[in-house]
Design a protein around this ligand. Sequence first.
Ligand code: 13P
Length: 256
Amino acid sequence: MNRRPFVAGNWKMNLQASTALQLTQEVVRTTGRHRTVDVGIIPSHPFLAAAGHKLEGTRLQLGAQDLHSEDGGAFTGAVSGPQLRSCGVRFVLVGHSERRHVFGDDERIVAAKVEAGLRAGLDVMLCLGETEAERDAGETQGILEQQLSSATWKLQGEDWSRLTLAYEPVWAIGTGRTASPEQAEQAHAWARNWVQNHVSETVAGALRILYGGSVKPANAAELMAREGVDGALVGGASLKADSFAAIVSAAAGERS
Ligand code: 13P
């Protein structure tokens, strides 16, 4: 199965209105020529609408970092799927480890957010990953399977075509410690096997699984060369257009 690589930059709670728009423009300029890779940027909520305007007529996809599980109403401070959609957002992250560990998004909330994203017509990028203690205890496979099953048990066949997974080991996020290519390949295989056994072989074959956690130009190519690693979800290195563009080039198979 030939899966199209996807590289997305999660800007987290960084940048200001002017620098976010500047970076948006630079990403368009430096990655817009790629025809074989899907590229996405994921700015903070206040910058989404303006970034969406800058992306009009380009092939870049706009993503959001989070959404509320309800579609609207009295939820002060929250942002809904339909609101994101109205700003030009195409996909939304759900279950990022910072949401799970800092904001307390538990498995029930993650599942409700997956559903809310799909209901709003957004693609969903579901993030999974074990902590260092879980890895050390040999629990990684079980954790990934648990996260996958609890987040997707309500999905219908068609929903799966709008889901992407991002394997992000918690111990590799923002630490400079990347999973080895072997560790990434194994975790992706575990996740894909679970989908093959619990959903279908066709869905598992088509599902893109990105790796995230200290991806940089220096390690992107070897990670994405691995079987079943279909791209990257990039944090820190996505805040500079040149390093993000180098990772996109690596996904396209170009040598930098
Ligand atoms: P870093 O690339 O900064 O480790 O962040 C990874 C991440 O959390 C992307 O969602």
